[in-house]
Design a protein around this ligand. Sequence first.
Ligand code: R2B
Ligand code: URA
Length: 310
Amino acid sequence: TSSNGQQDETDYFPEGFVQLQNPNIELMDQDILYHLGLGSESHDLIEMFGDVKFVCMGGTPKRVEQFANYIMEEIGHKLPTGTTLQDISRYSYRYSMYKVGPVLSISHGMGIPSVGILLNEVVKLMHHARVQDPIFFRIGTSGGIGVEGGTVILSEEAVNDELEPCYELSVLGKKVRRPAKLDKKLLRELKSLHHKEDPYETVTGKTMCTLDFYEGQGRLDGAFCHFTEAEKMDYLQSLKKEGIVNIEMESLAFAALTHAAGIRSAIVCVSLLDRLKGDQIHTPKEVLDEWQMRPQQLVARYIKRYLQMK
Ligand code: R2B
Ligand code: URA
């Protein structure tokens, strides 16, 4: 650990347990993970989650439920007889969480605040459950820049709208900046799992994270727009020149908070459209559903390979 309390890529905590950078938690009788509907005294978190290795997050409850069913099939995991897959966080009415053996599949909602709250609680969950060296994935959707719809995009880093790889949060009224770094080795491994036969491309590049889907991503089709199409195109072209391949709304917090916690992580998104060609998502739902399986397939290949190597 370096003097600023951040870890670099290879410098993880002893024994791989997830440590909290907060002395208060150990002093509390119980830690309530409010938005997950769990607590460190009300639940046996070690028994429930101690065997977790992979945490996969996606925006919607439906997609993460689907991923849980898909990964169950892929890794050949059997639920105990008479039981079905249950949303562990159903009583929180906020996020959905499914567990399939070593894999947790959790919805994060839309935007930085939503994924940020979730990550605080999931990092604490990893700590309380004494999980060792977990790997986090965001499996998401995004708008491509010069990239066709259906393309899989692996993020090299997350940048803010000033193109800095930096997540900024106000703490006690002062801006705190944290590096939005992703794990380079994990990225290379994921890239290598693209198959030549896959009927789509898998590309890498920078991901821009915004606070809005419409004006904030230069769309002409929101309820508000005070710029021209030419200004929009200039802006998107300038992003492309800077190496930005896609735009979405969670990567900054996801990258920065996993990095700050010493957790290896990667972001795998599918592009829903090429923003250089339009703003609205016209593609039929069945096609979008098929596209959204692509990041899931790549992450499933990684998980399967990991479990086979064990
Ligand atoms: C991608 O898709 C959502 C907006 O439609 C947002 O959560 C994101 O990052
Ligand atoms: N998600 C986004 O944030 N932007 C898009 O254009 C598509 C999905």
